[in-house]
Design a protein around this ligand. Structure first.
Ligand code: AMP
Length: 286
């Protein structure tokens, strides 16, 4: 086991990070909601490769869940997370597991929020109103606590990645954002803490989300530009497979804008779909 310190206080993080800074070491930060899997670990490994020290946070952020969403049942497995990080070789140096009151000292109701206009209300923001406001609010708070040189995020949550890059730019936040690719199960299903909600029958169907995105990607690579038609076809496929899709959309990779006939733009296809009580998201760059 490696030397993994754990703290649940803002002061604890700041003291450790200041010690590293005074000896000239750089810091990378991987925020998570815990229930760590190989996708998270790939980001910790990436963080390790871009900085001298790695801080990982585990915090199930209440402000990014809407009413009726899975905040109460979201898997909380901090002891296992800690063991996984400590047992994974020399990867993380500090685990931050704050209580809600450390991150929201005035309480969630009084919390100052970051408004995310435009893209914040599209795609996942359309089905989850206020979600990205909660995401940006918590990432801003965590960055103020950790003050890392590098923020490491997963491409699995591509809209989140895009919006956090936008926040960092717009608020002149002194941090570099680095992203890592989506880690998948052997059958193509993107790894996610929410996969464990799936029944065995749903788990069998779940890889069809990725397969459907691959079909769309194939069509885009073959030169098709009838994006609306491709979106609609993919939604039909998912419905026939037993999903309830929230959306399938082809967007520009650089900013998630709706693509025009500007054929040079790099494209990405993104989807969110329900299987029973579980909401799955995924994306593929064309
Ligand atoms: P979460 O714990 O779901 O909030 O995710 C924490 C970080 O891990 C985010 O930056 C996610 O994009 C990233 N992440 C989640 N799942 C994966 C995956 N399958 N592959 C790579 N990164 C992931």
């Amino acid at each position: 086991l490696t030397d993994l310190s754990t703290t649940c206080t803002v002061d604890g993080v700041r003291t450790q990070v200041n010690n590293w800074r005074t000896t000239g070491q750089s810091i990378a930060f991987v925020p998570t909601m815990g229930n760590l899997h190989a996708g998270h670990l790939s980001l910790v490994r990436l963080a390790r490769s871009v900085a001298d020290r790695v801080v990982v946070s585990v915090f199930v952020n209440p402000t990014q869940f809407g009413p009726g969403e899975d905040y109460a049942r979201y898997p909380r497995t901090v002891q296992a997370d800690r063991a996984l990080l400590a047992g994974a070789g020399p990867m993380a140096d500090l685990l931050f597991t704050p209580e809600e009151s450390e991150i929201y000292p005035l309480g969630v109701e009084q919390a100052i929020r970051i408004v995310v206009p435009g893209l914040g209300d599209e795609l996942c923001g359309a089905s989850r109103p206020g979600h990205f406001e909660g995401v940006c609010s918590v990432v801003c708070r965590l960055l103020n606590v950790v003050s890392p040189d590098v923020l490491v995020l997963g491409e699995k949550d591509y809209q989140q990645l895009t919006l956090i890059r936008r926040m960092v730019l717009d608020l002149n936040m002194p941090v570099r954002v680095v992203s890592g690719p989506t880690q998948r199960e052997p059958d193509g299903l993107a790894m996610s803490s929410r996969n464990q909600y799936l029944t065995p029958a749903e788990r069998m169907l779940a890889p069809r989300l990725h397969a459907t995105l691959e079909t769309v990607r194939g069509a885009l690579r073959a030169g098709r530009k009838d994006y609306e038609k491709l979106n609609a076809l993919a939604i039909g496929t998912l419905e026939r497979d037993g999903f309830k899709p929230d959306y399938v959309e082809i967007r520009r990779g650089v900013d998630l804008a709706v693509p025009g006939d500007d054929s040079a733009a790099e494209l990405i296809v993104l989807a969110a779909a329900w299987l029973g009580r579980t909401r799955l998201i995924d994306n593929l760059r064309a």
